[in-house]
Structure formats: C-alpha cells, structure tokens
Design a protein around this ligand. Structure first.
Ligand code: OGA
Ligand code: NI
Length: 346
C-alpha cells in the first residue's frame, strides 16, 4: 500500500527512500490522468530572431502574429542569449538540486508571497493532490532588490543566475516590442503598460517517477504573467494543448520556448490566447526546466488595449492591477477554472 510522504521535498523522498510506487497523495483520480499514449508529437513554430533587427523585421512580426494566434507558443533561435550563459545557468541549477538536503532546506518555504523560496509541487497550502516537482522560485528584477536573498551555495549561483536574468530580460523586451507590433499597436505600447516591470524565474526539478501515468510534474495550466521564456534540458516533458490534443514539445538545443501568458491575452482582448500546457514526468530520467516569467509590476493597471476594443469586439476583461491578479492566481488551485474567468467584464 502506498504511503503519504513525510519529507518536505520530493527529491529527497525519491533519492533517499528508494520508492517504487507513487505515494497516494500524488495519485490523480482516473479522469484527470495524463493519458500519455494519446499524446502526439508535433512541432511548434521555430522563429529565427536574427531578422528582427534588419530590413525583414516585418516578416518576423508576421511569423510571431501567426504563432501567437494559432499556438500561443513558439520557439526562438538567434535570440542573443549567449550559449555559455545558458549552459552555466543549467549547470548551476543541476548543482543546486544536488546539494545535501539540509543545505537546500535553508531556502524552504510554502508561503507563495516570499520572493525567494524553495518549495515542492505547486501550492501545498491549497492543493488536494501533489505534483511531482520541486522548485526554487526567485524574483529577479530589479536585481539589486532581490539578489541578496538568493542562495550562495553553489558559490557561483548569484553570478551565473544574475547574468542569465539580465540576458533573458533583454530577450523579453525584444519580444514584447515585437508582440505589440504584431497586434497593430505601437511597439512601445505593452512596455509602457507594465509599470516598473518585474521578472520572476523558477528552477524546476522533476525527479524520475516510478509511475508517470498516475501524476504530473505540473498539471494543465496557463501562465499568469505576460510572457514566459522557457529553457529546458534534453529530457522531454513539456506538452501543449492544441485543438483538444496534447502535443509533446521535444527539446531543441539553444532555443527557448516562448509562450503567451494571461496578461497578453487580456491586453490583446482575446486576439492571442494564453494556452494550456503541462509537464509530465518519466520513469528513468530527472528533468530540469527553467522558466523566466516576465511580468508587469504589482501596481500596473492591466486591461484590454483601447485600440483593440470596438463596437464589434467590446472589452472582454475589466481593468485590474497585476497585484490583484497575482493574489487570486496563487490562492486558487492550478487545476481549477481559468483564473481569467474571474476578470471578465460585466
Ligand atoms: C511552468 C511550466 C513547464 C516545464 O513552470 O509554468 O509550465 O516544462 N513549466 O517545466
Ligand atoms: Ni507554465
């Protein structure tokens, strides 16, 4: 009979207790399981950003528009984040999750309002079924407000992660301009709606799982922020919902996966959709993924762009502050209804 785990972190349960069954608190009801045999392997658009800075910019903008409309997801290459920055980031994440349990537990907290914390699953204060994941969550912009909270072990953690954050922020700003343009808005429109801007990241660690058909790394969800820039290692696990089918996105070295979050869906007045995605686990390999969540600052007022609201297409959402949205998102369960539904215009 499977037991309920007494350990705070999943990685320590898996590595120390040598379990050969998923503990009962991780098991999904039959109707909510991942059905891995029904997943299809398809690709999402791969967009070369090289031409974003030349005479063919409008062609790249067209590709972004199409990808945002049809998929809500795309991959990018020639993104200007150096290969060494990416490999150092991945290496430091790997080293962090290999630290002794006592060392990692120094960062542990299940309080979602903490700006630097190591936790497990999604939100253990609100969820009924746990997820097969540990994660370190960091706020990372403005850097000087948060870097002193970050781990100092491994010793180069702060240096490598700070470099990665600054570089991915540059990419986020390019993408935000391009997405703004692709909606027919001024290229600075979205940028100027974000207050002082914010950036968070997660280092996700998915240990091998003895029964991957029964549980999730992360169940289907949309991202609450503006856009997400996902770095993943070479182990597959990300799946995206398209036309009612789950598509597995196989990793491509040195590319990032970009997805539209809830705030772009709101600003675009539903022209672009924040698409459901999930992470599944597997029997024999651990997996690391590192999403960068680019966000408005908490006091930024978000709503449909006035230029995209017409008599025929009235505002779908009311205005709200990002802080209000953030709080609602974390206090409801991931598997529940879409958070956006709570902000529909009346
Ligand atoms: C997330 C997420 C996907 C992955 O952290 O929001 O969707 O592949 N992660 O880990
Ligand atoms: Ni996500």
């Amino acid at each position: 009979m499977a037991v309920i785990s007494k350990r705070l972190l999943l990685s320590d349960l898996v590595s120390s207790d040598k379990i050969d069954q998923v503990p009962s608190n991780y098991i999904r009801p039959v109707s909510q399981r991942p059905n891995l045999q029904h997943v299809v392997h398809e690709s999402i658009p791969l967009i070369d950003l090289h031409n974003l800075h030349g005479p063919d910019r409008s062609l790249v903008i067209d590709q972004i528009r199409l990808a945002c409309r049809e998929y809500g997801f795309f991959q990018v290459k020639n993104h200007r984040v150096p290969e060494s920055t990416i490999s150092n980031m991945m290496q430091i994440a790997r080293e962090f999750f290999k630290l002794p349990e006592q060392e990692r537990l120094k960062c542990y907290s299940d309080d979602p309002t903490k700006t630097t914390r190591l936790s497990t699953s999604f939100n253990i204060r609100t969820e009924k079924v746990a997820n097969w994941r540990d994660y370190l969550r960091l706020h990372c912009y403005p850097l000087q407000d948060y870097i002193h909270e970050w781990p100092t072990n491994p010793t180069s953690f702060r240096d490598h992660v700070a470099e990665y954050c600054m570089s991915t922020r540059g990419l986020a700003l390019q993408l935000i301009e391009a997405i703004s343009e692709s909606l027919g808005l001024d290229k600075d429109y979205i940028n100027t709606q974000l207050g002082k801007h914010a950036q968070h990241m997660a280092l996700n660690y998915y240990p091998p799982c003895p029964q991957p058909d029964l549980t999730y790394g992360l169940p289907g969800h949309t991202d609450l922020n503006l856009i997400t820039i996902l770095l993943q290692d070479e182990v597959p696990g990300l799946q995206v919902l398209k036309n009612g089918k789950w598509i597995a996105i196989d990793p491509v070295p040195n590319t990032f996966i970009i997805n539209i979050g809830d705030q772009i869906q709101v600003m675009s007045n539903d022209k672009y959709k924040s698409v459901l995605h999930r992470a599944v686990v597997n029997c024999d390999k651990e997996r690391i993924s590192i999403p960068t969540f680019y966000c408005p600052s908490p006091n930024a007022v978000i709503g449909p762009a006035p230029e995209l609201v017409t008599d025929d297409e009235p505002a779908v959402y009311r205005q709200f502050t990002y802080g209000e949205y953030y709080e609602k998102f974390w206090s409801r369960g991931l598997a529940k209804e879409n958070c956006l539904d709570m902000f529909i215009a009346t």
